[in-house]
Unconditional design. Structure first.
Length: 192
């Protein structure tokens, strides 16, 4: 039988880190208000775009010129995938577990969407559906379409199989054996 102390520790470990909610709520790809004039930018349209996030400071989106102030911090680069914010699995798998979240092929690697995407009409058909937003998923091993849906799923249910905690032993083993690939659900999805 599992003790209450072990249950509390397990619950704490599976919860999303505090900075994840800020990351999910942050607006990316706007012009940086602090560096509008950097690199000879004459107007906001050509200004430096904010597509980085510092997990240490967990504040606002950062541009490449802002990164000097965050030396030694854990930074995540946000990318656009089908017009929505995503992050490469290789960039985040040491910070968050990507298990049960659908991955998508992106420039020779894999990416995960940050938030749920709007569905039009009846939505996509799939082998299974996201447990939070009902988006079609292409593999039964996936349970969520994005980190946002996974975070909501953890908060909504008492399912100890779903976690953001990274198992350092598994990460080392998997990265040594598979040259950086890490996912309990596997990597074989393409953009749909």
């Amino acid at each position: 039988m599992v003790s209450l102390k072990e249950m509390a520790r397990s619950d704490k470990e599976r919860a999303p880190p505090a900075w994840l909610h800020t990351l999910l709520a942050t607006t990316f790809f706007d012009a940086c208000p602090e560096h509008l004039e950097s690199e000879g930018c004459a107007n906001r349209r050509t200004a430096t775009s904010c597509n980085f996030f510092c997990t240490h400071c967990a504040g606002h989106a950062l541009c490449s010129s802002c990164l000097d102030n965050h030396e030694g911090h854990e930074l995540i680069q946000i990318r656009k995938l089908s017009g929505h914010n995503a992050v490469k699995v290789d960039d985040i798998q040491h910070l968050l577990s990507v298990s049960f979240v659908q991955t998508y092929l992106y420039n020779g690697g894999y990416a995960v969407f940050l938030n749920r995407r709007p569905m039009y009409g009846l939505g996509n058909h799939g082998v299974s559906h996201c447990e939070e937003c009902e988006r079609g998923l292409l593999d039964k091993a996936y349970r969520f379409c994005s980190f946002g849906c996974k975070a909501e799923g953890i908060e909504d249910r008492l399912d100890f199989n779903v976690s953001f905690a990274v198992n350092p032993n598994k990460y080392e083993t998997e990265s040594d054996d598979n040259e950086g690939s890490f996912s309990e659900a596997g990597y074989h999805m393409s953009i749909v």
